[in-house]
Design a protein around this ligand. Structure first.
Ligand code: HPA
Length: 284
């Protein structure tokens, strides 16, 4: 099993390396509504379509492009995922986290995750941004289940500081510099694809969850396992089920995420430059 996982990663790595020798400092995963960041903000050096990478999972969600964009943002070398796959699409969890692991193999030291979520906490409304301080991932299969991939990391990785405190401070300062209001909270990943019931949202709220979505936490686990530093920002696209009186729709999520995108893109660009400046990533 672990050989399969690692062999698959090595094949995918070779496919990318046949096309580009680019080594990113920071890897960025673009969530709903953010795809245009790669076209607008990145000085592109290379593009690799997911479909051209052997064994790579390809997203079936409308509105998600499927490609790696390699280039620079304010001079910082980035690998951007324009589109991600979700567990609900039917891929095994090891495939869902394959991109995060590949980004580590390509040289990225930081994984910067973004997503859209439903707000549970009273302090979160549609259009708000939430810095992810911690996550609840125990409602989805752990992506490290199976024989441990020793080449990547240890069997029992620590998860007491998944979202790196230094990165969180840099992101908070970047938001303050831009005058962007940034909330903080705990993100829970559920499998989807159905939205939650009001009872599930009530349960998550009691458990201390501030926002809920269908991605991100498993990618963060795989990245930490591989030794990357992780950070994440969630765009609250709607109030979660039962908090809002209205039924939830994917269109509503997309629409709010699209509206928030200009501010979100500015924030991410600022964060990338500041993270690179502060952490001197080449020394990590
Ligand atoms: N629930 C789960 N995932 C989501 C939501 C939600 O309310 N909004 C955006 N992604």
């Amino acid at each position: 099993m672990s050989d399969n996982v690692y062999e698959k990663l090595e094949k995918a790595y070779s496919c990318i390396r046949e096309k580009t020798s680019f080594v990113p400092e920071i890897a960025l995963v673009l969530g709903s509504g953010l795809g245009a960041f790669a076209d607008e903000r990145v000085d592109i050096e290379a593009i690799v379509d997911y479909k051209d990478i052997e064994g790579f999972p390809v997203s079936t969600v409308i509105g998600h492009k499927g490609r790696f964009v390699f280039g620079t943002v304010g001079g910082v070398k980035v690998a951007v995922m324009q589109g991600r796959v979700h567990y609900y699409e039917g891929y095994p969890m090891t495939d869902v986290v394959m991109p995060a692991r590949l980004l580590s193999m390509l040289g990225a030291k930081v994984l910067f995750l973004t997503n859209a979520s439903g707000g549970i906490s009273k302090k979160l409304g549609a259009g708000d941004f939430m810095l992810i301080r911690d996550h609840v991932a125990c409602f989805v299969p752990n992506p490290l289940i199976g024989e441990n991939v020793e080449q990547l990391g240890t069997r029992f990785p620590d998860m007491s500081n998944v979202y790196d405190n230094r990165l969180c401070e840099i992101i908070k300062n970047s938001a303050a510099d831009l005058g962007i209001d940034l909330k903080e909270g705990v993100y829970a990943q559920l499998t989807g694809p159905s939205f939650e019931t009001p009872a599930e949202i009530k349960m998550l709220g009691v458990m201390g969850v501030d926002a809920v979505g269908m991605s991100t936490a498993v990618e963060a686990i795989a990245a930490r396992h591989a030794g990357m530093l992780v950070c994440g920002i969630s765009c609250v696209a709607n109030q979660a089920a039962g908090i809002s009186p209205n039924p939830l729709t994917h269109d509503e999520v997309q629409e709010t995420a699209n509206k928030a995108a200009p501010r979100f893109k500015a924030l991410i660009a600022e964060c990338i430059e500041n993270i690179s400046d502060h952490l001197q990533l080449r020394d990590i």
